[in-house]
Design a protein around this ligand. Sequence first.
Ligand SMILES: Cc1cc2nc3c(=O)[nH]c(=O)nc-3n(C[C@H](O)[C@H](O)[C@H](O)COP(=O)(O)O)c2cc1C
Length: 393
Amino acid sequence: MLRLLTAGESHGPALIAILEGLPAGLEITQADIDKELQRRRRGHGRGARMAIESDRVRIVSGVRHGKTLGSPVTLMIENRDHQNWLGIMDPELPGEGKEIRRPRPGHADLAGGMKYNHRDFRNVLERSSARETAARVSAGAICRKFLGMFGIRIYSQVVSIGEVVSPTRGQKLTPELHRRADASPVRCPDEQASARMVEAVDRAGKEGESLGGSFEVAADNVPPGLGSYVQFDRRLDSRLAAALMGVPAIKAVEIGEGIEAAAQPGSFVHDQIRYSAADGIFREQNTAGGIEGGVSNGEQVVMRAYMKPIPTLYRPLTSVDIESWQEEKADIERSDTCAVPAASVVGEAVISLVLANELLIKLGGDSVDEVIGNYRNYEGYLKKVWKWKRTLY
Ligand SMILES: Cc1cc2nc3c(=O)[nH]c(=O)nc-3n(C[C@H](O)[C@H](O)[C@H](O)COP(=O)(O)O)c2cc1C
């Protein structure tokens, strides 16, 4: 239903996102999108680039007088840094400088150069850079607004950076935990762990090192019935995992307590199905992360994503100069020391995109009013047939 295409180079004039398939009549403002872009820019451990970029969106199409039209929404985020790269990034005239000849281990440089026959790895770096995630965050902000109309809220927290693990890891994500995460310089809601994470990032920065970590993303009030078990590629868990895996540097994704579950007996792991007249069907635990058989079951949808350390190192690793074929230190591009806090915001955005798509698949509708009507109808069915007690809309 929803299609997203992004374009733009890291130091080009702008990033573009085109989002098609949104129903008409969804209220959206530039401020809704800018708010998410600002959250993505923050985080202790970000490099100088984020101080240059103000990241404001321009809505170029698909929205009129504050509401979506049903036509493709085009979003543009100008790269302010482009002014310093005019010659280097010129689409026609040849320009010199900033070539990358010694590919950076852990980046797309070498593999991408081999694939596209680029001998200046800048041609790879410019698009493989995680700067692109600003475009995904801007489109995700619209989806988040759409989901909010149905009471679906997206939360996240950073649960580890390097070896520092937060005691909030595995705790149910609540609005309060999410708010505390946003107040922390590393998006970790626990004050002591947050302070230790900041120290770890500072230490790594001084040593020319970088750090990775992990974060949790959750979605509250997801109705049962999103995704499907009938075909492998319609499973909600596979789509969510693919979306999180699609964020640069994310190297593992867990649904619920997926990793720990592998080591536990079944009687511990599976969330027993209970019933009370007051609550209807309910669960006491949510090890499954709100998804069974690839279908949302009405519990909170919970995922954990693991990010590798930033590959660009100020104390670079060994690489090869592809002109001289001598082993030399890898090139350096201005870089973050740790971007787990920013990645958690990107994680929220990509999850919003998947869930908005799934909601539209489930309900259909070309205008927001039509989708809401379909939602009420579905809710009525759940209440009548399944003794569903929660008010979805
Ligand atoms: C929000 C965010 C910011 C990032 N910032 C940097 C950075 O400043 N320097 C860097 O080398 N890698 C950064 N990365 C990671 C690289 O983009 C990523 O590791 C690289 O493109 C290779 O892709 P892969 O790790 O998925 O294989 C960032 C990733 C994210 C999600």
